[in-house]
Ligand binder design. Structure first.
Ligand SMILES: [Zn+2]
Length: 272
């Protein structure tokens, strides 16, 4: 079972603490008054196709909604106790007036989050309101990944350097009469967390892939066992790909710097 993480730029709306206080009190150790909480609703994920050509299906979003209720909200992907900033007290799928890239009605999974309106949380609340926390990501467990055109699973083809399903639909290609080939994420088993990240949002939905990608390991094993790679007809293409990967690492470095900057700003908030 793979842990899948998906990010979206942070979209937040205020929520009515007075109206929601009974829901919130289901999860608090002692009875809280509306004045003691800060609550809001946030778009956690949606049914759009992302940069990895993957998307949560409508059925997956519906199944994820109850799984998120009661789950912890953390900041910067860290479960350090100081980084556990809130709890999701309600979650529901909403239809929007927009279309997703597959041409269907865009649906969003909206979570309602409460935090204690305390001194400890003041810096985070200020950061949310000042727009410093810009990205939200979910971590969920997904059992089934399949081709949206035929329902079979994808495999990486070393001969073509592409993902292909059992019926040879290539991920990202469009087939006349059939449509665009992307990957459906189905059968969610659990929702782990919602995380707020203080980095500038990527254009469209960003994706964080786990480092434990065995296909990449396999690829390196094969490449390292080649006696002479330069003879391969696809070598120039591979070289370009490798250079691209290196650029992504530079981007990641940039991201790390921005995160450190944001930490500094957050600390300033804490001092005030
Ligand atoms: Zn297919």
């Amino acid at each position: 079972m793979a842990k899948v993480m998906k990010s979206l730029s942070l979209k937040i709306k205020g929520a009515d603490a007075t109206a929601d206080i009974d829901l919130i009190n289901q999860f608090s150790k002692r009875k809280l008054s509306p004045e003691e909480v800060y609550c809001f609703s946030v778009v956690m994920c949606d049914n759009d196709v992302d940069r990895d050509l993957e998307r949560f299906t409508n059925k997956t979003l519906d199944a994820l909604a109850p799984m998120f209720v009661g789950k912890t909200v953390i900041s910067d992907h860290s479960w350090r106790s100081g980084n556990q900033i809130g709890r999701i007290y309600a979650a529901a799928v909403q239809r929007t007036a927009e279309k997703n890239q597959a041409g269907e009605t865009l649906r969003q999974l909206i979570g309602k989050v409460y935090m204690l309106n305390s001194e400890d949380n003041k810096a985070t609340i200020d950061a949310i309101e000042a727009g410093i926390l810009k990205e939200v990501s979910v971590g969920v467990s997904i059992k089934t990944r399949s081709c949206c055109l035929c329902g079979t699973s994808f495999k990486f083809q070393w001969s073509s350097w592409q993902y292909e399903c059992e019926n040879h639909h290539v991920l990202g290609e469009t087939y006349p009469g059939e449509g665009w080939c992307y990957e459906n994420l189905d059968d969610p088993r659990d929702a782990y967390e919602l995380s707020f990240v203080a980095v500038p949002a990527q254009r469209n939905a960003g994706v964080t892939k786990s480092a434990a990608d065995h296909e990449v390991d396999d690829a390196f094993d094969i490449l390292l066992s080649c006696p002479d790679l330069s003879e391969h007809p696809r070598f120039p293409e591979l070289l370009k790909f490798m250079q691209h990967s290196t650029m992504s690492a530079a981007d990641r470095e940039k991201r790390k710097k921005i995160l450190a900057e944001n930490e500094k700003i957050l600390r300033l908030y804490e001092k005030e």
